[in-house]
Design a protein around this ligand. Structure first.
Ligand code: NDP
Length: 327
């Protein structure tokens, strides 16, 4: 038996509870992992609260991230005792995830624990931080350099935003934070924000084109926020879009793309090929100040993950939540 959060949906409703689960109920897979830590990402919040249609099968163990030690393996790359990392691949959505003491997974989804980090540090980064790195890599791939100008980061006090600020500032970019929590300005500056702007400046319907300011952007919000970011991006600037915290829609015009040559780069972490993941984790090892991880993250136990998921959905969590599944 092992402890885990189980999401169930039946005639009595949708609920997530902490349960004792029998090993025989684990899904199929060629690697069994003794999980040490998982995290709470926005998607886990949606899954646990049922606020978004994230869970595709019931019952489901949520948790899109996990780190742990291989207990059994018939996969050629992994043997018992190996420390492994998993982010995404539909885990926590249509295959049992990391918010439990045990997981059975496809070995093809796993990476060895990146050498630069402890299990706890790797979860302080988690999918949110690895996605922030994918955004930075996309900016680089499209040729955005520190000397080109300011990079806007929306949802800056959240998980993706916090790591994006830390990485961009270490790489020498001038990062400007957008937040709905101006009281967190000092926190955002300590992560590397050169300036902090209020979310309200971006949240309402805007003009197709505004004054050019951003050389690049990391957007976690979507909706009017993304539309306004594109409208104020400089000639040939690059906007990376990874999230929908403000909405799934994109109420914009093509003006920034056809008149200013702005590039909108979509970022997906879930099905991202393994080779690109390795690059992202290796770059996190060199381009993120490990000391900042402590500032960004808090550690909680499995039972605390349930109320915290609700807080995350209400925008009340700053940075990243690490879940020690044995606590
Ligand atoms: P968090 O909940 O940690 O952060 C989200 C932040 O967005 C909040 O902290 C808040 O920041 C801001 N925000 C909340 N509501 C709104 C709103 N209505 N308008 C504008 N901003 C808002 O989530 P994560 O950082 O983990 O994820 C952020 C987004 O990125 C989510 O939509 C998530 O689904 C997506 N994502 C996508 C991935 C992919 O593969 N494409 C992978 C990982 C995440 P503040 O208080 O500073 O304003």
């Amino acid at each position: 038996m092992f402890k885990g959060i189980l999401i169930e949906k039946d005639e009595s409703g949708y609920r997530a509870t902490l349960k004792e689960i029998d090993d025989t109920e684990l899904p199929e897979g060629d690697v069994t992992v003794r999980v040490s830590h998982s995290t709470l990402n926005y998607k886990d919040g949606l899954a646990i609260t049922g606020k978004g249609p994230v869970v595709r099968k019931f019952p489901m163990v949520p948790g899109i991230d996990l780190v742990g030690v291989v207990e059994e393996s018939s996969h050629p790359e992994f043997t018992p005792g190996d420390q492994v990392l998993l982010n995404g691949w539909g885990v926590g959505e249509n295959h049992w995830g990391g918010l439990a003491q045990k997981a059975r997974l496809k070995g093809d989804w796993l990476l060895p624990l990146p050498a630069q980090f402890s299990p706890q540090q790797v979860m302080a980064i988690g999918t949110a931080g690895y996605t922030a790195m994918l955004c930075v890599l996309a900016l680089e791939r499209h040729g955005v350099k520190p000397q080109d100008g300011e990079i806007l980061v929306t949802g800056a006090a959240g998980g993706v935003g916090s790591v994006a600020l830390a990485v961009l500032s270490k790489l020498g970019y001038t990062a400007v934070a957008v937040t709905g929590r101006p009281e967190d300005a000092e926190y955002l500056k300590s992560l590397g924000a050169a300036e902090v702007l209020e979310r309200a400046l971006f949240s309402s319907p805007g003009k197709p084109l505004g004054k050019e300011r951003w050389a690049g952007a990391v957007d976690v919000a979507g909706g009017h926020v993304l539309a306004n970011v594109c409208a104020t991006t400089k000639y040939r600037g690059v906007v990376t879009a990874c999230g929908l915290a403000a909405g799934m829609d994109f109420p914009a015009s093509v003006a920034p793309f056809i008149l200013r040559g702005v590039t909108l780069a979509g970022i997906d972490s879930v099905m991202c090929p393994r080779a690109d993941r390795r690059v992202a984790w290796q770059r996190l090892g060199t381009d993120l100040d490990i000391e900042k991880l402590q500032k960004i993250s808090q550690v909680v136990g499995l039972s605390e993950a349930l109320p915290l998921a609700r807080k995350l959905m209400n925008g009340e969590i700053r940075g990243r939540v690490i879940v020690d599944v044995n606590q």
